[in-house]
Write a protein that binds this ligand. Structure first.
Ligand SMILES: *Cc1c(COP(=O)(O)O)cnc(C)c1O
Length: 386
């Protein structure tokens, strides 16, 4: 072993880190201290005093047993989540972990790994490739269409070419908001030689009538549907994600999960959240209405806006999106620079926060260049950029 020179500062490259991690960047949505945070797709409504009281009571009750390890199999919470999901699911078909990111990592640990590969259709959730490479699985980037949908013919061709061990389908997709028709998921699942993960983190926000991939689980042991309490459930701080799949899939995950991975307090808080789901999900209709209003408002300004079934909106196009992002930050509104290069994503907040966004955006549009949407009613002087 070569001794590292002790200059007082150790650089990452000085460490004997895995070669495949060298030069990579960690996940990082910039966190800036401004009044209006519309950058990480959280639900803007905090828990009510009644829910806070029930959470405190659950913690108080379980605190007296914190000398003991938690329920390793998380059975009570898994039963609660199964009842919430419906579709005839029971605890043996539901699994939970510290955020759906941990659920995804366990899936990669069990079904990916060295010599294996995972395919996703981008732009999509940046954590899918990060968790994939973190588990020494090879990432294969498939493409989405101009409207951010997935062409089933091209998806099947990519699957046949690469034979991935795992296929990711995100519906509604982050950062585009695009929900996939069930037919696309079915065709991908038929063609895929390995596991198919449908990431439904935003499912509760989908427009009425959008079917869940949960309806495809029966007789499909290689299909996994993941969900989270971080978005519609307004419990991002709890760190609770879950999945529904065949019981054999959960047996596979038990081989890789850390023992006692889900703390007693997390399990208790999540059970209280499920019990209060009426209140928590009660904010979804308001957020959907704000979302649809936001899409309309941006389109009226001649911008390109992706149809959204989620609690955020992807809009553009800006020759210099960073200038727009910065103009908003200067006005106290933080959104996210993510997705294709000319686009930005705004999470849907409260009515007040969205009014602040519109105010800041009006000012930003007065000083930043826009590539007017085809058929849009944008500024005439910029039509030429098309
Ligand atoms: C936010 C998000 C998640 C949620 O991750 P958690 O670990 O449950 O907080 C999962 N998938 C997608 C696509 C997301 O955008």
């Amino acid at each position: 072993m070569t001794p590292v020179e002790r200059s007082g500062v150790t650089r990452l490259d000085d460490l004997p880190i895995r070669d495949d991690l060298r030069g990579r960047s960690p996940y990082g949505a910039p966190q800036i201290d401004v009044p209006v945070l519309l950058n990480t797709n959280e639900n803007p409504y905090p828990p009510s005093p009644g829910l806070v009281a029930d959470l405190a009571e659950a913690v108080r009750r379980d605190a007296s047993e914190l000398n003991r390890y938690p329920d390793r199999e998380v059975l009570a919470l898994r039963a609660d989540l199964a009842a919430y999901l419906g579709h005839g699911l029971a605890a043996d078909r539901v699994w939970a972990a510290n955020g759906s990111n941990e659920v995804l990592q366990q899936i990669l640990q069990a079904f990916g790994g060295p010599g294996r590969s995972a395919l996703g259709f981008e732009p999509s959730y940046s954590m899918h490739p990060i968790i994939t490479t973190g588990t020494a699985t090879r990432w294969i980037s498939g493409a989405r269409e101009d409207d951010f949908g997935i062409d089933p013919g091209k998806a099947i061709a990519a699957i046949e070419e690469h034979r991935p061990d795992i296929v990711f389908l995100t519906s509604p997709n982050n950062p585009t908001g695009t929900a996939l028709p069930l037919g696309v998921i079915e065709r991908v699942a038929e063609a895929a030689p390995g596991m198919v993960v449908v990431d439904e983190a935003y499912f509760e926000f989908a427009r009425t009538g959008t079917p869940s991939a949960l309806t495809l689980l029966a007789g499909n042991p290689r299909l996994i549907v993941t969900r989270t309490m971080s978005k519609a459930f307004a419990m991002a701080g709890t760190r609770l994600g879950y999945l529904a799949a065949d019981p054999a899939v959960i047996e596979a995950l038990l081989l890789v999960r850390l023992p006692y991975h889900l703390s007693t307090l997390t399990q208790a808080a999540a059970r209280v959240a499920v019990a209060h789901r009426g209140e928590l999900l009660g904010t979804v209709d308001r957020l959907r209405a704000e979302r649809d209003a936001c899409v309309g408002w941006l389109r009226e300004r001649g911008l390109s806006v992706a149809d959204s079934d989620a609690n955020f909106v992807l809009f553009g196009r800006f020759p210099d999106r960073h200038a727009v992002w910065e103009a908003l930050v200067e006005r106290g509104v933080l959104i996210r620079e993510v997705g294709p290069p000319e686009w930005l994503r705004v999470s849907i907040g409260t009515a007040e926060e969205m009014a602040a966004f519109r105010g800041a955006m009006s000012e930003a549009l007065a000083v930043c260049e826009v590539i007017t949407a085809p058929g849009g009613s944008g500024r005439d002087d910029l039509e030429g950029i098309l």
